[in-house]
Design a protein around this ligand. Structure first.
Ligand code: ADP
Ligand code: MG
Length: 479
C-alpha cells in the first residue's frame, strides 16, 4: 500500500452564554425544560420585526480571538445565509460571510482561519417510533460562534487535542458551556488524504463528517474516514466530496448529502442590521477586553510544569478547576518542592476521598472534602517530620470525614512521630524479647528478618516511629 498523508480541518460551533439571544431579548436558555417558552416575534420571524445585535455575544467572540492571538476585525457586518428548513423560521440564518469578527491566530500550533458569529437554529426532536418530528424554538436565535481551522491537522489525536483545548478555553473565558454531549459545542471534521509522493502536494478531495457527539467519536470517525479514503484510492477509485454522518452504534461514517456550495446560499448583507465599525466602539477595544481575561489554560499548564508537577496531574488541575484552584490555594507562597509534595497528596489521596469521581470531567464539580487550612496543616506536619506519610494519609481521611483539626487529631490518635529515643528503645527491646526466633534468623543472615522486626516496632508505635532510627536501634541491639 502506498503511503498517504492525512489532512484534517475543523469547523467548530459553540453556543455562547449570554443573557439574551443574538438578535432579540428572549432569554438565552436553549435547555429550558418547557418547550417554546423563550421566544418572541423577532426569533419567530414574524413579519415587520427587526433584529438588534447583542453586544455581549460580540465581546465573547472578540475575547476568544484575543486569547488566540488573532486579529480582531475593524469592520464587520452580518449576512443572510438563505436556505429552507423547519428549524429556521426566517428562511435564512444571520451569519457572517465576508467580514468575520476574528481572523488568524493559533491554538496548539494549528492555524485558525476565522471565527464568526451567527445564530443557532431551533431544535428538531425526532420520534423514531411514530415517525414524527416536533420543534422547540427555545434555541432559535441563540448566539453561536463558528471557528474554522486551516487544513493543517495531520492526525485524529491532534484534532482531538485541539478540540479539547478549545473547550477549555471557552470554559475559562466563561463564553460557553462547550459541552459536546449536549450540543453546546459541535465539531465537524473535514478529512482528506493524498499520496505522500504526490508531486504537486495538492490536497485530496475532502469529506465533511457531522454528528460527532464526543471527542472520542470525533477521533474514531476521523480514523475510520482516513482508512476508508485510503482504501478507495488504493483500489483506484476516487473520493466523492460529500457530507457524511457518524454512526456511533456501527462505528462507521455514512453518506448524508452531497455538499452544497456557498453559491447555493445566496449570501448578502442583511439590510435590517447596521454594519459595525468596531474600532470606534469602546466596549470592543482590545485594551478593554483584556481587563477581564482570566489565566488561560496553556498559561496555567506552563505554570504547573515549571513547578515540576507531572503532566497528568497538571492536566487534571487544568481540566478540573475546583481541584486546580485547591492546589493553587494550598501551594501558594511555598517552594516548588512543597508544591510537589502537596500535589502528590492531592492526586494520590485526596481525589480518592472525593465521592463522585466519575462526574469530575464534566461541569459538575464536587466540593473538596478537606479545607485548605487543614490540608496545609497536614503538609506542615509532614515537612516538620512530625508525622509519617502513613499518618498523613490517615489524617486526610479523618479530617475529610468530620472536618476536625488535623493537629488535634494527630495528638488524639497518637500519630506524632516519637523522637523520644528512650521510648523507641523500650519498644525495640520488647519486640526483640517477643521474637527470639526471628532474631536468630537475622543472626543467621536472613535480611528479611530485620524488616519483620521493624514492622512489629511500627505496629507497636501505631506508625508513629521514625523507621530509620528504629532500624538502626534494631541492628545495633542484635549485633
Ligand atoms: P468549503 O468551501 O467546502 O466550506 P473551506 O475551504 O471553507 O471549504 O473549508 C472548510 C473546512 O475544511 C476548513 O476547516 C478547512 O480547513 C477544511 N478543508 C479544506 N480543504 C480541505 C482538504 N482538502 N482536506 C481536509 N480539510 C480541508
Ligand atoms: Mg466554508
Amino acid at each position: 500500500m502506498a503511503a498517504y498523508q492525512p489532512t484534517i480541518g475543523l469547523e467548530i460551533h459553540a453556543e455562547l452564554k449570554t443573557q439574551t439571544k443574538m438578535f432579540c431579548r428572549s432569554k438565552n436558555d436553549p435547555f429550558a425544560s418547557e418547550a417554546n417558552v423563550h421566544i418572541c416575534p423577532v426569533c419567530m420571524a414574524h413579519p415587520g420585526t427587526l433584529p438588534v445585535i447583542n453586544g455581549e455575544a460580540i465581546r465573547h467572540v472578540l475575547k476568544v480571538g484575543l486569547a488566540l492571538g488573532s486579529s480582531l476585525a475593524d469592520y464587520t457586518e452580518f449576512d443572510r445565509k438563505n436556505y429552507f428548513y423547519p428549524d429556521l423560521p426566517k428562511g435564512y440564518q444571520l451569519s457572517q460571510y465576508e467580514y468575520p469578527l476574528v481572523s488568524g491566530g493559533r491554538l496548539r500550533d494549528v492555524e485558525i482561519t476565522r471565527i464568526h458569529l451567527e445564530e443557532d437554529t431551533a431544535s428538531s426532536i425526532h420520534d423514531e417510533a411514530t415517525g414524527t418530528t416536533v420543534i422547540d424554538y427555545n434555541r432559535a436565535g441563540v448566539p453561536l460562534m463558528e471557528l474554522v481551522t486551516e487544513p493543517v491537522i495531520t492526525s485524529s489525536k491532534q484534532a482531538g487535542d485541539f478540540a479539547r483545548e478549545l473547550q477549555l478555553l471557552l470554559r475559562y473565558l466563561g463564553v460557553s458551556g462547550a459541552n459536546m454531549e449536549k450540543g453546546e459545542m459541535r465539531v465537524e471534521a473535514n478529512v482528506s488524504v493524498r499520496r505522500a509522493d504526490s508531486p504537486t502536494g495538492e490536497l485530496g478531495t475532502k469529506v465533511e463528517i457531522k454528528n460527532l457527539n464526543s471527542f472520542r467519536a470525533m477521533e474514531r470517525a476521523v480514523e475510520y474516514e482516513l482508512k476508508r479514503q485510503e482504501e478507495l484510492l488504493e483500489r483506484g477509485e476516487s473520493v466523492v466530496q460529500e457530507t457524511r454522518g457518524w454512526d456511533e452504534g456501527k462505528q462507521v461514517t455514512f453518506p448524508q448529502r452531497v455538499k452544497e456550495g456557498s453559491a447555493d446560499y445566496r449570501y448578502f448583507p442583511d439590510p435590517d442590521l447596521p454594519s459595525l465599525k468596531l474600532s470606534e466602539i469602546d466596549a470592543y477595544a482590545a485594551s478593554n477586553l483584556r481587563q477581564d481575561m482570566p489565566e488561560l489554560p496553556w498559561e496555567r499548564r506552563s505554570r504547573y510544569l515549571s513547578l515540576g508537577i507531572n503532566v497528568e496531574d497538571a492536566e487534571a488541575y487544568i481540566r478540573d478547576t475546583v481541584l486546580g484552584d485547591f492546589f493553587d490555594a494550598v501551594s501558594e507562597g511555598t517552594d516548588a518542592e512543597s508544591a510537589r509534595l502537596a500535589s502528590n497528596y492531592i492526586s494520590n489521596d485526596l481525589v480518592n476521598l472525593i465521592r463522585d469521581t466519575d462526574a469530575r470531567d464534566t461541569e459538575t464539580k464536587a466540593e473538596m472534602p478537606v479545607s485548605v487550612d487543614n490540608f496545609k496543616k497536614i503538609m506542615d506536619m509532614i515537612r516538620a517530620k512530625k508525622i509519617s506519610s502513613r499518618a498523613a494519609k490517615d489524617l486526610l481521611a479523618m479530617t475529610a470525614a468530620d472536618g476536625s483539626d488535623p493537629e488535634a487529631l494527630a495528638s488524639a490518635h497518637d500519630l506524632i512521630q516519637k523522637d523520644d529515643i528512650k521510648q523507641l528503645e523500650d519498644v525495640v527491646e520488647t519486640v526483640l524479647e517477643q521474637n527470639p526466633g526471628v532474631v536468630s534468623d537475622f543472626k543467621a543472615g536472613k535480611a528479611a528478618a530485620l524488616e519483620f522486626l521493624l514492622g512489629q516496632c511500627m505496629k507497636a508505635l501505631r506508625g508513629a516511629g521514625d523507621p530509620n532510627v528504629l532500624r538502626q536501634l534494631l541492628q545495633s541491639k542484635m549485633t
